[in-house]
Design a protein around this ligand. Structure first.
Ligand SMILES: Nc1nc2c(ncn2[C@@H]2O[C@H](COP(=O)(O)OP(=O)(O)O)[C@@H](O)[C@H]2O)c(=O)[nH]1
Ligand SMILES: [Mg+2]
Length: 359
């Protein structure tokens, strides 16, 4: 498996105060072995130099790690890019990462000038003061970027809840009104326990399952709060979240419940179907009648007339599901998918760090 949710892999990021504390505790532990024969002031010089270097090194490492271990924004899968924008704002995130990174050169400069001063200092107390002044100035720089560190820590937390998709596996998205059986289908066809995740701006849980069809590792995901009601009832953010699905879905299974046990009339369901067809004109949509086990014959006949050649399934016991999935994978444009994979792998191998203004 390659790249699941890239934000789950970010190591712990320290807050400003934690970085200062951490670097301080490391620097005071530095012990310098020097001969008793050396004068007191020289011993102090060696010690203060070592402590300042240790402090500076730890601070820089923590800042650099915070930025470099964050997934490279420009190389995110478009699905995550879109959702990242909704959840935290791409511009603000780039600005925060850039600002944190830009703390490093001034810290290096302060370190350099104070190390020079330590070379020249003649008295024991003065050496201590110089080291302490350098640490103070470096700490202020870190505290000055505390908001940015807090921001990326929060961003990481939010982004880590998104579903962990495999960018190079065929992806089936289940759509349809609430209670038509989307989650049931995902659970029935998944070979392992499905992953539970969250989409932005719905409190409903997303279910992401994995299965094998022919030789392909396929993922199937449902869409609570997204493709389950008319677009006219949505705000901009929800619309953007729906749009993100076009980067995810290679094929859509649109589920209808002709028994209407879901609580929605077939007319409403068919209207939503037409809306989804309009929204995703180039994604293949497989229309599926679910709950055939409890649908009265007259309602089933009516549904067959409304959507001729629809798949007919029972999501609970899996009747009809095999044919549906085989055809779903058949619909995935495997040639374009291969190109996508190549592009993705190419971008990963060219990876160095985040792109942002380093001036
Ligand atoms: N009889 C029957 N009930 C089903 C079928 N598929 C789903 N259900 C039931 O319909 C209800 C809603 O299903 P769920 O998967 O939660 O719908 P979702 O909101 O679209 O995810 C649940 O009580 C399911 O057990 C089916 O094929 N036959
Ligand atoms: Mg559900």
């Amino acid at each position: 498996m390659s790249a699941l949710n890239p934000f789950k892999r970010i190591p712990t990021i320290m807050r400003a105060e934690e970085i200062v504390e951490y670097a301080h505790s490391r620097s005071v532990k530095v012990s310098v072995k020097s001969s008793r024969m050396i004068e007191k002031v020289e011993r102090a010089r060696i010690r203060e130099v070592a402590r300042l270097q240790e402090f500076s090194r730890n601070v820089k490492t923590k800042l650099r790690d915070a930025v470099e271990e964050f997934p490279s924004i420009d190389r995110l899968h478009p699905f995550y890019l879109e959702l990242t924008d909704i959840l935290v704002g791409i511009d603000r995130l780039k600005q925060a990462l850039g600002a944190i990174y830009n703390c490093i050169p001034p810290i290096e400069e302060i370190t350099r000038t104070h190390l020079e001063a330590l070379k020249l200092g003649q008295d024991y107390k003065q050496l201590k003061r110089t080291r302490s002044a350098a640490k103070g100035r470096i700490s202020s720089i870190i505290r000055g970027t505390a908001d940015n560190l807090d921001f990326i820590i929060e961003a990481k937390k939010k982004l880590a809840t998104l579903p962990g998709i495999l960018p190079n596996s065929p992806t089936i998205v289940c759509a349809g009104f609430p209670n038509v059986g989307k989650s049931t289908l995902v659970r029935t066809v998944s070979t392992a326990e499905p992953e539970i995740a969250y989409y932005p701006f719905t409190t409903k849980r997303v279910i992401l399952g994995h299965l094998k069809v022919r030789d392909y590792r396929v993922q199937i995901v449902d869409t609570p709060g997204l493709l389950d009601r008319p677009m006219s009832k949505r705000n901009d953010i929800e619309r953007q979240a729906v749009t993100a699905l076009k980067y995810l879905a290679h094929v859509i299974i649109f589920m209808l419940d002709p028994s209407e046990a879901c609580g929605w009339s077939m007319d409403d369901q068919l209207n939503l179907l037409r809306e989804v067809q309009r929204m995703f004109p180039i994604i293949p949509i497989l229309i599926t009648l679910n709950k055939t086990d409890i649908t009265p014959p007259d309602k089933l006949a009516e549904a067959r007339r409304a959507v001729p050649n629809a798949y007919e399934i029972n999501a609970i016991d899996g009747t009809g599901v095999d044919v549906l999935l085989q055809d779903a994978v058949e619909e995935v444009d495997l040639v374009s998918l291969q190109e996508e994979i190549d592009e993705h792998i190419g971008s990963l191998t060219g990876r160095e760090s985040n792109t942002f203004d380093r001036d």
